[in-house]
Design a binder for this molecule. Structure first.
Ligand SMILES: Cc1cc2nc3c(=O)[nH]c(=O)nc-3n(C[C@H](O)[C@H](O)[C@H](O)COP(=O)(O)OP(=O)(O)OC[C@H]3O[C@@H](n4cnc5c(N)ncnc54)[C@H](O)[C@@H]3O)c2cc1C
Length: 479
């Protein structure tokens, strides 16, 4: 048998690629720096609770991904009722927005303002939007932009909406938007976006169960999953990546291995800088120009049950730093060891140099508690304990010259015949799990039939990913 295929990163993209390659009869080695599989979609354990990294709703329009979930999880799925609200001006609004609620809560004057500003946006022709602010104002009107998009979006990205590329809006808001929900509720839009459904399927033991089951399946098939192992260097010759340097993070030992192919889901910027020999200066500069935003997750174990009914809440309020709050008591009951305590997760977003990223754990726990009380989510409930998870590079920032920089990297990497990049970090795309899973599946197919899929089109072109056909059962078994 020849050299194995190396999969770098055991998040959704990497695990899907490994899972499908195994089905296709290839030998794979998954290399993951963390001690668990699942990447950003992993589940962690704390005092008997199973917790995810914030909310991980399983929803997809992509058939092969839906089939993959069912194939791997089988009966280990529960149906979760979806309830999500937005905190705005000291009030909680249903999401999708309900017309009666908007009218009652913002009043007739504000409602009139929304309608007039929406009509103005529709009637006055505008040039093609160059940034996020223009895109949203053009589609929904300035007032809706100010109310429901501006503050939240700037908190998430840390830059003004005028500096965020319009691509991000087009990619993420097109099918699911507050504006559309409001239009629908007010009777302006009859076609409810599919993603606004009120229930979804979810793994019984948290989002990470999907990837843990894939890992079990791979190990049972004799494949390798190397945890606590980091990819340090990729050595290349001509059009081939010929060697990988791996470092065991537990004992510091290093080894060189020879891959037949490499599927990488590690951050694109890191991958490019790990190549030897190093790429030309303009390629390295393009990699340095691409920026990601970090996430800090503050988990609190709170006294009581039924604190609030939502799966998660968006906090659209500039007086607090928290941007989203997940209530794991409203997901799968099997994630909770008791009914007397509720695990909450508060999301904060920041950059590497920000005080928040450096802040000690006790400070972050106190901040989250104070803010939850300030916005009325908590009253006199006791906080039993908590902990903090810092996630670097969670959101690729679509700003500045990112498109040109990305194009330089794409062009440079296209010379390597046995290297594919996939995933949210890996291809610098604001993917949900389903996009990353699809990229993994397609990368596997590309090894069987080279050049059959253009991975850069996933999550860029809706039609492409909805029409895509990936066989759900192996095409050929080579072993
Ligand atoms: C707070 C939050 C909420 C989200 N909510 C949802 C949701 O509701 N629904 C949804 O579908 N998606 C959601 N997502 C997105 C989802 O988590 C990601 O789309 C998905 O995990 C991306 O998978 P990936 O494999 O592309 O990347 P990742 O999950 O980031 O996996 C990459 C892997 O590479 C590993 N790695 C990095 N560098 C190295 C190295 N040098 N060597 C070895 N390994 C390395 C990392 O440790 C990681 O395991 C959310 C994400 C976050 C952060």
């Amino acid at each position: 048998m020849g050299d194995p295929i190396y999969i770098l990163g055991a998040g959704p993209a990497g695990m899907a690629a490994a899972y499908r390659l195994n089905q296709l009869g290839f030998s794979v080695v998954v290399v993951e720096r963390e001690e668990k599989v699942g990447g950003l979609a992993k589940s962690i354990q704390y005092q008997g609770f199973i917790l995810d990294y914030g909310p991980h709703r399983f929803f997809t329009k992509i058939l092969p991904v839906r089939e993959l979930w069912d194939q791997v999880l089988e009966s280990e799925q529960v149906t979760v009722r979806r309830l999500t609200r937005i905190y705005y001006r000291k009030q909680y609004f249903q999401y999708p927005i309900q017309a009666w609620e908007v009218l009652r809560k913002v009043g007739w004057w504000e409602s009139l303002h929304i309608v007039l500003s929406y009509l103005w946006a529709q009637l006055i022709p505008r040039p093609a939007p160059q940034n996020f602010a223009d895109w949203v104002k053009g589609k929904f009107g300035t007032r809706l932009f100010q109310m429901f998009f501006e503050g939240y979006t700037e908190k998430l990205w840390g830059i003004p909406c005028t500096e965020i590329s319009a691509d991000w809006a087009a990619q993420r808001i097109k099918g699911l938007s507050l504006g559309q929900a409001i239009q629908k509720a007010l009777g302006w839009n009859r076609s409810l976006a599919k993603s606004l459904i009120d229930q979804f399927q979810f793994p019984r033991l948290g989002s990470g169960q999907l990837y843990e089951k894939m890992q079990e399946y791979l190990l049972a098939e004799g494949q390798k999953v190397l945890l606590n192992t980091e990819v340090v260097t990729l050595r290349h010759r001509g059009s081939q990546v010929v060697e990988l340097q791996l470092r065991n993070l537990q004992d510091g030992s290093e080894t060189w291995v020879s891959p037949s192919h490499v599927i990488s889901s590690i951050p694109l910027t890191v991958l490019v800088q790990s190549l030897r020999k190093l790429p030309p200066p303009q390629v390295l500069q393009a990699a340095r120009n691409l920026r990601f935003r970090n996430t800090v997750l503050v988990y609190l174990i709170v006294q009581g049950s039924q604190l609030f009914p939502d799966n998660w809440l968006y906090i659209n309020d500039p007086t607090v730093g928290v941007g989203r709050v997940t209530n794991f008591a409203n997901w799968s009951p099997a994630m909770l060891p008791n009914q007397e305590q509720t695990p909450l997760c508060c999301e904060y977003w920041c950059n590497f140099g920000d005080p928040l990223w450096q802040a000690p754990e006790e400070e972050l726990l106190a901040l989250a508690e104070k803010e939850l009380r300030q916005i009325g989510l908590l009253h006199d409930q006791k906080i039993y304990s908590g902990f903090v998870v810092r996630l670097p590079r969670t959101y690729p920032i679509y700003t500045g010259s990112y498109k040109e920089d990305l194009a330089i990297l794409q062009e440079y990497l296209s010379q390597f015949e046995n290297l594919q990049v996939v995933g949210r970090y890996g291809s610098f795309k604001y993917n949900n799990q389903d996009h990353s899973l699809l990229m993994g599946l397609l990368a596997a197919e590309n090894i069987l039939r080279p050049g059959s899929h253009n991975l850069w089109q996933v999550n860029s072109d809706d039609d492409y990913q909805e029409e895509i056909k990936v066989p759900s059962s192996p095409l050929t078994i080579q072993r």
